[in-house]
Design a protein around this ligand. Structure first.
Ligand SMILES: [Zn+2]
Length: 452
């Protein structure tokens, strides 16, 4: 789409975001469903694309629909795929805990949401708004269970522990407003999945307990323009036991809005005790990090000694070592890449069992035992690579550190993280986060920089 991109650059529309938005609408084939102001801009900017979309739609007159967000209906499921919802009393917001393509496939296959909002702000209509979507699962709110029967589900692409993008907010706000108007839903009836989900298992002492889902802990309700409800009617009524972490999330929101919080324990402290990195430590458990994904085959636990175990292979949850990292909704190859910056080939292991098809990539670096020489995968003699060899994936370098060229020259802000690997003259290797003092690096230290 070079020509389109050229014209995006040449366009007279001032805001780059708006320009991008219009480009997205055209790429998504959703022009016919766009709002009139966007439509007019798109038609003047990209007359040919607009015309092409009109003719694909059978030269129908252009429909001007009342919404101000880019909408893609090309993945919408047939109307008879699910039943009509008995009533629509709530809007529930979710995080997908994944990436767009995988999310789209899963949501379509299982009719799991009415809408999916991608990071670029494109809104995908999947299950039609009036139809039942299987998004809330085991849930309770004001005594009513199985909230999928009473609510619209909107999935937001991304992870609980990262903020939504500005474009997601820009699209979500008018989408939620439109649905609120259409179904008469008040602000206090727009909720996050974490607020309504519950489970019964050993983490909740076999009672109905909150904490099953963490979806939506990252939503900034002020940005959404929603006067968000922060109390839990079912905890108050004794129907479910609270979850300490999720209570802290809500208390923090109240404190920030200046509603309550006086005389309470500081929720910021409680949140950060749990929210930090995905590492099991102190109050951070498999449950607080992964919720009901904790025992899934797509959740991986990387122990401090670098052994990797999938959630469905763990039976003794009390025995997980402090310092274990948790990766949800992923696969083994990705975990190996992210979790083990330096892979040391153990006796009896093969290169293949550690790095699989990356073994001969030009960005796979091998450092033989007691050596500081770096061999790239595309030039390696695999007969020489035996136990004790260190492997770094996705690496660039080696770069030699000198007095006038510090590590940040090559690694930028990553110089003190596990994305920068230091090779000392004696062949010892460390990651940037293992180095306490960068001013005393020995002469001829080299670095490898990992780019994912
Ligand atoms: Zn959810």
């Amino acid at each position: 789409m070079d020509s389109l991109d050229d014209r995006l650059t040449d366009s007279e529309i001032e805001s780059p975001e708006r320009r991008e938005l219009i480009g997205n609408i055209l790429r998504g084939g959703a022009l016919l469903a766009a709002s009139s102001s966007i439509l007019a801009a798109a038609e003047s900017l990209f007359p040919q694309e607009a015309e092409a979309q009109r003719s694909r739609a059978g030269n129908r007159s252009v429909q001007r629909v009342e919404h101000d967000y880019p909408l893609n209906t090309s993945h919408q499921l047939p109307a008879n795929r699910t039943r009509t919802r008995p009533s629509t009393d709530y809007i529930i917001l979710h995080n997908t805990q994944g990436n767009f393509q995988g999310d789209l496939n899963v949501i379509k296959k299982h009719a799991k949401a009415n809408y999916l909002v991608n990071k670029d702000g494109m809104v995908y209509s999947i299950v039609r708004p009036e139809k039942w979507a299987n998004h809330a699962g085991r849930s309770i709110w004001e005594g009513r269970e199985w909230l999928s029967d009473y609510s619209i589900g909107i999935e937001i692409v991304g992870y609980n522990f990262e903020p939504l993008t500005d474009r997601q907010y820009t699209s979500l706000k008018p989408l939620v407003e439109e649905l609120q108007k259409r179904y008469g839903i008040k602000d206090r009836e727009v909720l996050a999945h974490f607020q309504i989900a519950y489970d019964v298992n050993h983490w909740t002492n076999w009672k109905k307990g909150r904490g099953r889902r963490k979806d939506g802990i990252n939503i900034d309700w002020v940005k959404l323009g929603i006067n968000h409800r922060t109390d839990d009617p079912d905890v108050k009524a004794g129907r479910v036991i609270p979850d300490e972490f999720l209570e802290a999330i809500l208390a923090r929101e109240e404190r920030r809005k200046g509603i309550f919080g006086i005389g309470r324990e500081d929720p910021e402290t409680r949140v950060t005790e749990v929210l930090g990195p995905n590492i099991i430590e102190g109050k951070r458990t498999a449950w607080t990090i992964a919720g009901d994904d904790y025992n899934q085959p797509t959740t991986f636990y990387v122990a401090p000694n670098n052994t990797i175990t999938a959630g469905n292979q763990i039976s003794d949850w009390g025995a997980i070592a402090t310092g274990t990292k948790v990766y949800t909704n992923t696969d083994l190859a990705t975990v190996i890449r992210t979790a083990r910056p330096i892979i040391t080939l153990a006796q009896g292991e093969t290169v293949w069992s550690n790095v699989q098809s990356a073994f001969n990539d030009a960005t796979t670096c091998y450092v033989l035992p007691d050596s500081k020489d770096v061999i790239k995968g595309n030039k390696a003699n695999f007969n020489r690579i035996g136990p004790g060899t260190r492997i770094v994936l996705d690496c660039t370098g080696p770069y030699e550190i000198r007095r006038d060229r510090g590590p940040s020259r090559y690694a930028g802000r990553e110089y003190n993280t596990d994305n920068t690997i230091y090779i000392f003259p004696n062949g010892e290797m460390k990651t940037g986060n293992q180095i306490p003092n960068f001013s005393t690096l020995p002469k001829e230290t080299q670095i490898l920089v990992r780019k994912k």
